[in-house]
Design a protein around this ligand. Sequence first.
Ligand code: GLV
Length: 319
Amino acid sequence: MKVLMTYDMYRDGFIELFEKYDVTYPEGRNFSFEEVMEMIPTYDVLCPMFNFPVNKELIDNAPNLRLIANYAVGYNNIDVAYALEKGISVANTPDPVIAPTANLALGLMIDAARRITECDRKLRIQRDTMKIGILENMGTHITGQTLGILGMGRIGKALCKRAKACGMDVIYHNRRQLDIEEETKLNVTYVSFDDLLKKSDFLSINAPYSPQTYHIIDEKALNSMKSSAILINTARGALVDEYALVNALRNNNIKGAALDVFEFGDFPVPELLELENAVLTPHIGTQTDKTRLEMAKTVSDNVIGFIEGDRKVFFVTNE
Ligand code: GLV
């Protein structure tokens, strides 16, 4: 079995994979798309990073390919429909990313509400708390407020539990409504997309990105939100029309945003960097040592399980 990995990360998580198969990986760097295009024809398994495009062109050049094992829960970098059509399986790493991503979403929400990084910036620049003024740092109340969750999958549910611990009410919108037992257990209410926009004091995006969810939060959606609302995005940037968001933040159509992902690569548009009411982090949702190691182990287990049939594989389906 020949395995091609596009990155060189967390080798400790791949020990078993390296022992079992012939694995090619770049030393201390990432392979470029062109390099992978050149090598792929002889490989059985491809392990790409979440931002490495596995498109039709690459798939068409991979006659031996049987599995694409993504290093991420998100798989919008892969043309899944085409891969499956060609008989190539796709796998991802859902379990290890749930807690860290939900933790970051909660952290970003609290940061934006209580203006933590904004106050930190002010404090460092002014170096005198008195000058900042007592009333200037007023934040948004969290307890008793309504969190709207767009996308009630594993991460959405983990965020819901955390929000409940903060005393929040939670409403959600999802492609499919949860069954009544689960709704009762989570103590959440299903609402239409329009109601989610209208009723949320905080709106967290936890839905996967696909052509159907492209710009789901656009100018119209932003205009439907409360002017006191705060938007949190730890999913994928292109779910939000980033320029429409800049306008909404500039014009105080919404109160704030906390973003870990951006529409154009992993970097915000320059206009966002100028806004005090935006908290911005560089796609760190899964960036903890433990998570990244566990993600590596999951990729490794996905490949070994696929070949040997001796353990669980997290297959991606085309839905
Ligand atoms: C990270 O963004 C992931 O999809 O796992």
